[in-house]
Write a protein that binds this ligand. Structure first.
Ligand code: T1G
Length: 702
């Protein structure tokens, strides 16, 4: 016989004999919002005051146990009880309290479980402390309680990596006490009854000791100094875990103070913007239509892009037909896909069985006729309009009615391609980023005649491929490459005007980029840009300052970067040593400056960052203003997921808000004194400066 009583909209108590089951029900992920916190506190206080039951089990309804604090509350005033207070109430309960976990018990959700006197996880449960992804540290006892159960080394690994830990590992490490199967409520009932029967031991985590593991602490500090010096929260996580070796309450206080310090950092704002932005970009009307059914995908082109796209589709479970024009190319593509899948197994991204199944769904073929029965074609051949138009003209007659015809072009006009078919409504741009089976960005390019369900299918495909789909309108370079084409000139201008390539790279790496633009160019191959410049030579605007002098001179030596051992830097074949500047480049720079009568200036790191970032922001503003991108947040996500923009900065336009439109306008006007053609204030930015509005305001307007 059970009696269910609602504490509030999120929390209910079910009394069954001498145990009580507390159910959390706050869709979609049972985030620990104010209602959950109030309800849990009240439930525990009431049950202790009544003293009727001998054990309490907390579980959650829906898809997952508590997935963390309610991130939407972070920009609002703190509402009591805080999560730490709620968890301390649970831990102090006279009646033993256990938690039953399922789905993803993350952040505050895991901390809730750690504050209980015992933990049971259903099979398939994952636990984790992803606060570090948000520029935070566990702020509700995680840094104090987890080490008491598992030791410092595991606690540091989990809190700093933010990774999700499967139940088996969590059990082995002592973070949970048992793995069970069944419905969360039924497992909660039987576990509570076991507590009463004495067959399931319980103890307060705060009563345990956390043994100082100095080696783990010191080793972690050394790693962070090298890899994450510019981030705030990881270092505080180590400090807090170290404090767990001391007095529990003092440790909680240290953790709380550290958490509040992180809450105010621009890094936290940037990372939270990234978290919600990743979801917002596909949460748009264009993505909501009913998608077409896709099961078989044809990929045309077995080169780097085509193989990467095919790999991504295979990993997602699709059947893939790989098309090439010659057997050699087809064999090369098949070999690349096989290697990509082996890599996925090696990185534990897929099992060996899944790899074999994927290879079983891969069907190579010569010629386009093999595409008659596919649901979607993704063309990934050479970036030449004539080649693409010829292919799409043939696909139009070969492919079945309703098949979607997509081009992976990185900048060509989708409308021109669509118009060489009798079915422009079925044509769309799906711009993947190399390596396509690793990079998460997918620019979904809407042609003027692309059907609504085709667009929706693009977003559904992105989700299935675990990619971040961003809507882009047709223009040269769409969103990312159009903006890149503008600000990459700034890196060249800075070098011609006085900085060295390595000074530009160092300044931008200190800003947070993993690699500066010259190292990126060397990695990608300088010949790619060289070919583009030569292709565009005839149409280049004579008024514009040419940015390719130095790169052309380097390429004319046959130096294309890492693949030739020489570029802006020198590369020691296979050696793990960092690249050293190519001294010959300095000679080219001096010669070009002399030819152009340039007196070199000195640029501080900040000046380099300011000019480079302002150039990026200028073109990004234009891309928002002309509607190529739907909102500023869409551009931010393009740069986080496709261009290695430092995630803690939130993206170029989130970063722009930390400077402000008025200051940006003033900077551009100052720079324009040296080059008024390159430096022009976008009308939208001037309006924002006049109105005192931000890109965040534009995001809200949608
Ligand atoms: N708070 C508020 N909303 C959240 C949320 C959260 N913690 N997590 C997810 N959502 C929303 C999300 O925005 C989306 O909304 C919907 O739920 C489905 O999410 C004190 C301070 C749990 C693995 O960082 O990793 O605890 O778009 O699309 O792919 O120490 O959500 O539908 O309107 O991602 O199945 C720590 C973040 C917080 C976990 C599910 N926790 N969430 O993935 O669904 S800080 C996290 C996730 C903290 C304490 C600290 C994932 C997921 P909408 P979704 P999913």
């Amino acid at each position: 016989m059970s009696d269910i009583k609602k504490v509030n909209d999120q929390i209910s108590i079910e009394s069954v004999g001498d145990v009580a089951l507390v159910c959390i029900n706050f869709p979609p992920v049972n985030a620990a919002g104010i209602g959950v916190r109030e309800g849990l506190s009240k439930a525990i206080e009431t049950l202790n005051a009544e003293g009727r039951v001998k054990a309490i089990a907390i579980y959650a309804a829906g898809r997952t146990f508590v997935a963390g604090a309610d991130i939407t509350e972070f920009d609002k005033p703190l509402m009591q009880p805080s999560l730490p207070e709620t968890l301390n109430t649970i831990e102090a309960s006279r009646i033993p309290v256990i938690c039953v976990l399922h789905g993803t018990a993350l952040g505050g959700g895991l901390e809730l479980a750690l504050a209980a006197h015992g933990r049971i996880a259903l099979e398939g449960t994952r636990i984790g402390l992803p606060e570090v992804f948000l520029g935070l540290l566990p702020g509700a006892g995680g840094t104090q309680r987890l080490p008491r159960l598992t030791g410092m080394a595991f606690a540091l690994d989990v809190a700093l990596s933010g990774r999700q830990v499967y139940a088996k590992e969590a059990l082995d490490q002592g973070a949970i006490d048992r793995i069970a199967s069944g419905d969360p409520r039924d497992v909660a009932l039987s576990a509570a009854q076991e507590v009463v029967a004495g067959t399931l031991a319980t103890r307060r985590t705060c009563d345990l000791d956390s043994e100082l593991d100095q080696a783990a602490i010191d080793g972690t500090r050394a790693m962070l100094k090298k890899k994450q010096a510019h981030l705030v929260s990881p270092h505080l996580i180590v400090d807090a875990v170290e404090q767990s070796a001391g007095d529990f309450d003092a440790g909680l206080k240290f953790e709380s103070d550290s958490f509040m310090a992180c809450l105010d950092t621009p890094q936290r704002a940037g990372l939270i913007h990234a978290f919600f932005g990743e979801r917002a970009v596909s949460n748009i009307a264009e993505a909501k239509g009913a998608p077409r059914d896709i099961a078989k995908i044809g990929v045309i082109g077995g080169g780097t892009m085509g193989s990467g796209i095919a790999t991504s589709c295979l990993i997602a479970g699709y059947t893939v037909r790989l098309i090439e024009v010659a057997q050699e190319g087809l064999d090369r593509g098949m070999a690349t896909i096989t290697k990509n899948l082996e890599g996925a197994v090696r990185r534990s991204k897929m099992s060996a069985e899944a790899r074999d199944a994927a290879l079983g769904r891969l069907h190579p073929a010569l010629g386009l006729d093999a595409l008659a029965d596919v649901d979607l074609v993704i063309e990934a051949v050479f970036e030449q309009m004539e080649v693409k138009k010829d292919i799409f003209g043939k696909l139009d007659t070969i492919c079945k009615k309703g098949a979607i015809l997509a081009s992976n072009t990185s900048y060509l006009d989708i409308n021109e391609i669509a118009d060489c078919t009798a079915r422009p409504g079925d044509v769309i741009g799906l711009h993947f980023f190399s390596p396509a089976h690793v990079m998460r960005l997918l620019e979904i390019v809407q042609g003027a005649k692309t059907d609504a369900d085709v667009l929706a299918t693009g977003f559904a495909l992105a989700k299935k491929l675990k990619k971040v789909g961003v809507l882009a309108q047709v223009c040269d370079g769409f969103i990312g490459n159009r903006i890149l084409a503008h600000y990459s000139k700034m890196a060249s201008y800075l070098v011609l005007d006085g900085a060295s390539p390595q000074e530009v790279d160092t300044a931008l790496e200190e800003f947070g980029f993993a690699m500066g633009p010259h190292k990126v160019g060397d990695l990608a191959g300088l010949d790619i840009g060289w070919m583009t410049r030569k292709r565009k030579a005839g149409t280049r605007d004579p008024r514009e300052r040419y940015a390719g002098d130095l790169a052309d001179r380097i390429c004319e030596q046959g130096w294309f970067g890492r693949k030739t051992g020489k570029g802006y830097y020198l590369y020691d074949d296979g050696a793990a040593v960092p690249p050293v500047p190519n001294e010959a480049v300095a000679g080219f720079i001096d010669a070009i400056r002399a030819e152009k009568g340039i007196t070199p200036k000195t640029f501080s790191n900040q000046e380099i960052v300011d000019r480079y970032m302002t150039a990026m922001i200028v073109e990004a503003t234009r891309v928002v203003a002309d509607g190529t991108a739907k909102r500023p947040v869409d551009i931010d996500m393009v740069f986080l997921f496709g261009y290695g923009f430092p995630r803690f900065r939130g993206g170029p336009l989130h970063y722009a808000d930390t400077i402000g439109a008025a200051e940006l306008v003033s900077r551009i006007e100052t720079y324009a004194k040296d080059d008024e053609d390159y430096w022009q204030v976008p009308d939208l930015l001037r309006k924002m400066a006049a109105d005192g509005t931000s890109f965040a305001d534009l995001n809200k307007e949608g």
